[in-house]
Structures are given as structure tokens and as C-alpha cells.
Design a protein. Sequence first.
Length: 421
Amino acid sequence: MNAAAQTDPGNSQTNWRYQAVSPDGTVSHGEMTAATEAQVVARLRRQKLMAVQVTPATRGGALRSELFSLLGRGNEARLRGRELADFTRKLATMLGAGLDLDRALRFLGETALNPRSARVIDTLRDRVRDGDSFASALEASSSTFSKLYIGLIRAGEAGGALADALLHLADLLERERRMKTTVQSAMIYPAVLVVASVFSIVLLLTHVLPQFVPLFEENGASLPTATKIVIAAGDFLTTWGIFLLGGSVLGIALGRIALRKPDLRYMSDRLLLRIPVLGTLLREVMAAQFTRTLGTLMRNGVPLVGALRITEGVINNSAGAGAVSEATRVVREGGSLASSLEHSRFFPETMTHFLKVGEETAQLSAIALKSADIHEDASRVTIQRLLAILVPAITIIMGVIVAGIVSALLLAMLSLNDLAH
């Protein structure tokens, strides 16, 4: 987290805001005074709370944290993406081969690819050597290990099948990474197209067009309105472009801070799910994530209510997470999971039908995993459809803008020719 939080005069204490989760899944928020972020996490652990987010409670702390995040300057020691999947797979393999947890963690720490990963693994080993269970050690590094990860490990430890739980986790992490990679790869071409188009437009307005302005002024020609607008746009970008870019970054950071408010986040996420094509994609991805997580947890012995509580924390869309929370309440009272999720209308009908079959046949975990495969395939198809719409749309819009700039320039040139004759 950010280390630049404001400290109280005369001592080294700092105010921190935190978000934490209790064992029953209740999310709590608050502020705490401590010297370091690690102290906040430790105090929350003593209160049987798992820290989800800890940020400086200064006026500009949240904004500074978001700006650093956007600029990629976070220096937090954590395992990322492929590193976490590799760590999980290697640890499962060594435990399955008969190595004890301490020796396995020592080997992984010594062979880590970078100092940051080594620090995380060494911290886990130290906590295990101090007497903590592996799940408890993971809770202290909540920035790396999710509620899902910790829940599966706790179930594996309780059932004496830690190696199997790690193998299932590794499969789940690799599937999630492949899905994320698919989305990111699909967006590379549209992103490059947008950047190239914007660069071309800015180049035309700030470097090409100004070359002709002196010519127009020398001849005293009356420029068409379209040309005046384009010249004014070029002057604006030349003068204020850098401030516009900085303001955009600041606006995004402020927007992300605003979305931390539950009501605004819920409204935003609900709106996203209603957007044609994009909303369909988000629903399919959310359904795949929900069913894959639920099926994996239940297959490893986690009861349905506990699995739903963990799954709620895995879903990024607050509207979908709210639907899962309501479904958890319904299931705890003896109701149907599928019917509750179907009533919310945030998940695809295919998923709720599959879950209904799973409930009726007492094969909910197996059916959920099969449903996850279907929704992952549907997500890939939806991504292809989205690209089929997005790329031509970007090409047409940017082409029209460039054509408009060139046309405005040609109109001015034609007015010079008329003046010469």
C-alpha cells in the first residue's frame, strides 16, 4: 500500500482505513491508528477479521493510491497471476510427493524467480513455523490469496487432503488466467487501433494543419466554418493537450474512488450488465466464475452455504455479488439456490437451469463445473461477436473524423484557388 500517509505530530502513528471480512462473511469498514499497514492487518487478525483492503486515511491518500495504481507504481509484495498459479502447482506436487509443508515452502522460497515472490513465500513459511495453520498464514497475505484460495486450503487441511486442494486450486487459477488472457488478447487489436487513430488525429491537428495556417493568413482568404473549427481544435490541443491528458488520468482516479461507495458501485455494475453485447459478455463471464468457484469448493468438501459466502467475495460485479448474497440467505432458510438467482435476473438462464437440475439430482458440484465449461465457451463466442462489432465501429468513427479534418483543409485550399482566379 501507499507509505506516504500523513502521520500525527510527535509520533509515528498513522491513520488507516480498512475493509475486512469476518468468518461468517460479513464485510466491515473502519479506521485504525497504527505505525504500519502490517500492524493493522495483525490487529484485525486478532479480532478474527481478514483484511481485504488497507489504505491511508489522509485527505489525499486514496487519490494518491489510485494514481499510483493507474501508473503501475504499486510496490506491494504479492504473487501475481502466473506466479500464484505456478506456486500453487509446485507446492501441490511437492506435498503429493511426500515433502512436508515447511521444506516445500523453503524450497519454493529459495528458487523463487524474483525477490518479491521470495519475500511472500518466506513470510508464509515463517508464520507456519510459528505455529499458524497454512490457511491462517495465507489470511495475513490477503492481497495475494483470495477468500476462495484460503477457503479451499482450510477445507483441504481439515480433510487431510491439502495436496489435492492445491491441485484443484492450481487448475482453477490456470482456467481463470486463460479466461483473462483471452479477454486481454481480444482487446489488443481494438486498443492498438484506437491509439493509432487518436495519434493520427492529434498529429493532423497539431502538426500538419498548422503548416497551412500561415498560408491562409497571408492570402487573407475567408475560411469556411469547418476549417475554422478544425484550426481552433488544433490550437486547443496544442495549448491544453498535456493538461487534458493529466485531467483524464485524475478523472479516472476520482471515478475509481467514487465507485468505492457501495450505492454508486451497485448502480454502475447493474448498468453494465444491461448494456447490449457487453452486458451479455459480463453475464457469461460472471456465470462461469460463479459456477467454477462453487463447484470447486463443494467438490473439496465445503458446505453449500460456506461455498456461497466465499463465492460472493470472488465475483467482481457488486450486483451479481448481491444476488449471491441474497441466494445464500435463501439457501440457509431452506430455499432453492437456482430459483433465487433466477429471480435476480443477473445471471444467464442457462446457468440457473443447470443449477436447478443439480439441486434436483443432488449433483450440484458436478453440474456446476459442467455449467462452467459451457459458460466459458459462451464467453469466447461473445468476445468474438463483440470484436466483430467493435473493430468496424472504431474504424468507421475514426475514419469519419480523419476525413472531416482532411475535408476541412481541402475546402480552405479550394477557397484559395477561387481567390486566385
